[in-house]
Ligand binder design. Structure first.
Ligand code: BG6
Length: 520
């Protein structure tokens, strides 16, 4: 398909808003579960990027907390993590000073005496660095420790704001089902006020996800056509080539629906479908998202399908099937693929199917939103070309590439110049982030960490939202738990998922768009 590039002129770049340049108040960031991968792969590189951008306060310390007995080697490990995962030069002059801010405190998550010790240590650092009481507790442990850590912080009086702000960031998964999510919310809100709580969904930190709101509401031309009158259907895909990456035991309990659909996919859905918020304030945006989820009627089990990958080839490499992954039950019924058809019963969307899918070990890594528009009411050019790539007039398609090849493309029909007859061929107007703004090394956590330090909850999940999205998934989770899948594995690693997923769309007269990505 022909492609037209859209680019930003250099003189425009100087006018591009650099976003918030507010600097948070002094504080200590306390990371529970700091010896895990997330800290060195994502959190510390993101914090260092903030340091490079001069967005961290001067009086700021990072304390890693975990069970392992570690000392200075923790800071050294974090330094290596920043270089490896943050595209940072080992000789970066800011690195030494930054690493000076990092220390480690060993703690048994369920031992109250250790929390008393932690409090003393934080007060000591606070005094030494003139911090003034600000604390951000980041829970990056396994989820079974969340409630205990929160209770212990409360018991030691560490949840109460003093002179400085105190807040807690909670990583996913937030609960295992509706009941456990409600229980966790009760435990969290028994200690912290809701405006101190930041439930992370790292998709909301992605530039392209935030750009969904900008695309819709900073441009006048899309809103009038963003509804059932013009849109035929919407597809949201989160496709990964990765398998479970050593997380077998976690995945056995989670599966694709809990791991990715209940949170990331539901967030994307809400941002595509929400009504214009009255402002970009946390309450306005979250309220509109909630209205979308609440307008989704219970999803009939027939409209959901699951899959599990068997062995196959991914990116030219042979890979084992899910049941042969490390610490996975050889007869496992966990789904590594989930897809569903969702309806949104409101005036904007009634009758427009939203197809959602997420899967591991698929053919290509691509998170994409495809919005297919209705055909013109009368196709006057439809019979002119009988063969070749342009033989059919294709409907307009808006593709929002969340990752990789971040960008937005609009497909439309154009006249082929050389043909004797009028032949119509699909072409793309394509905006590419990297071409326009340069490649970014940001991983999404920069924005979320900064917002949490600033106390801005816009890009975080609210308790009602978490519970509502769990409620939407529960009938499917329960039906799947009650009945073992008949034929698992049902897709080959490196394919586009199980056949039943194609049938799900065929029933609506649609087909998955599988040539994802820019070079599709
Ligand atoms: C995480 C899931 O939340 O998201 C992982 O637990 C998944 O299983 C990951 O691989 C996908 O995130 P990203 O940013 O790589 O699309």
């Amino acid at each position: 398909m022909a492609t037209m590039q859209m680019s930003v002129r250099p003189e425009d770049l100087s006018q591009v808003s650099r976003g918030s340049e507010r600097i948070p108040e002094a504080g200590i960031l306390v990371i529970f579960g700091a010896s895990g991968d997330l800290t060195k792969r994502k959190l510390l590189p993101a914090l260092f990027h903030l340091e490079q951008a001069k967005l961290l306060p001067e009086n700021f310390a990072i304390v890693g907390v975990a069970r392992r007995a570690l000392g200075d080697e923790f800071a050294a490990e974090m330094r290596a993590g920043i270089v490896e995962h943050g595209s940072v030069e080992v000789s970066d002059p800011k690195l030494n000073d930054f690493v000076e801010r990092i220390s480690y405190f060993p703690l048994n998550f369920d031992d109250p005496a250790d929390y008393a010790g932690l409090k003393v240590e934080l007060d000591r650092i606070d005094k030494e660095k003139s911090i003034g009481g600000g604390r951000l507790f980041y829970l990056a442990t396994a989820p079974e420790f969340f409630a205990g850590i929160i209770e212990n912080l409360g018991a030691q009086g560490m949840a109460l704001p003093g002179q400085g702000k105190v807040a807690v960031v909670i990583e996913k998964p937030f609960g295992h089902d509706l009941e456990s999510a409600r229980e966790l919310n009760r435990q969290v809100n028994a200690v912290f006020l809701e405006d101190q709580v930041f439930r992370i969904d790292h998709y909301l930190g992605k530039e392209t996800v935030q750009n969904l709101l900008v695309f819709r509401f900073a441009n006048g031309i899309f809103e009038p056509i963003w509804n059932r009158n013009y849109i035929d259907h919407v597809q949201i895909t989160v496709a990964e080539t990765l398998g479970v990456e050593g997380r077998g035991p976690f995945y056995e309990k989670a599966g694709a629906l809990r791991d990715v659909v209940q949170n990331h996919v539901m967030q994307l859905l809400s941002l595509v479908a929400l009504e214009p918020p009255s402002s970009f304030e946390a309450d306005s945006v979250r309220r509109e998202k909630l209205k979308v989820w609440r307008a989704i009627p219970s999803i009939p089990i027939l409209n959901a399908v699951r899959g599990q990958y068997g062995p196959g080839m991914v990116d030219g490499q042979h890979v084992v099937g899910y049941r042969d992954e490390d610490r996975v039950n050889p007869e496992s019924g966990a789904e590594t693929y989930a897809a569903m058809r969702v309806e949104i019963e409101n005036w904007r969307w009634a009758g427009v199917p939203f197809y959602l899918r997420a899967g591991k070990r698929l053919k290509k890594r691509a998170t994409e939103i495809n919005i297919q528009f209705k055909q013109p009411p009368l196709l006057i050019f439809d019979r002119l070309q009988t063969s070749g790539p342009c033989r059919e007039i294709q409907p307009n398609l808006l593709t929002i590439r969340i990752q990789p090849d971040e960008g937005i493309a609009l497909r439309f029909g154009a006249k082929v110049p050389t043909s004797a007859d009028i032949a119509v061929c699909p072409v793309n107007m394509d905006f590419d982030y990297a071409d326009a703004f340069g490649k970014s090394s940001a991983n999404g956590y920069e924005r979320l960490l900064l917002d949490a330090m600033l106390g801005d909850q816009t890009l975080f999940a609210h308790r009602d939202g978490v519970e509502t999205t769990w409620a939407l998934c529960m009938p499917i989770l329960e039906a799947w738990a009650a009945k073992s899948p008949e034929v698992f594995p049902n897709y080959i690693a490196g394919s586009w998922g199980p056949e039943c997923s194609d049938h799900l769309l065929e029933r609506g007269g649609h087909a998955w768009r599988n040539n994802l990505g820019r070079k599709a």
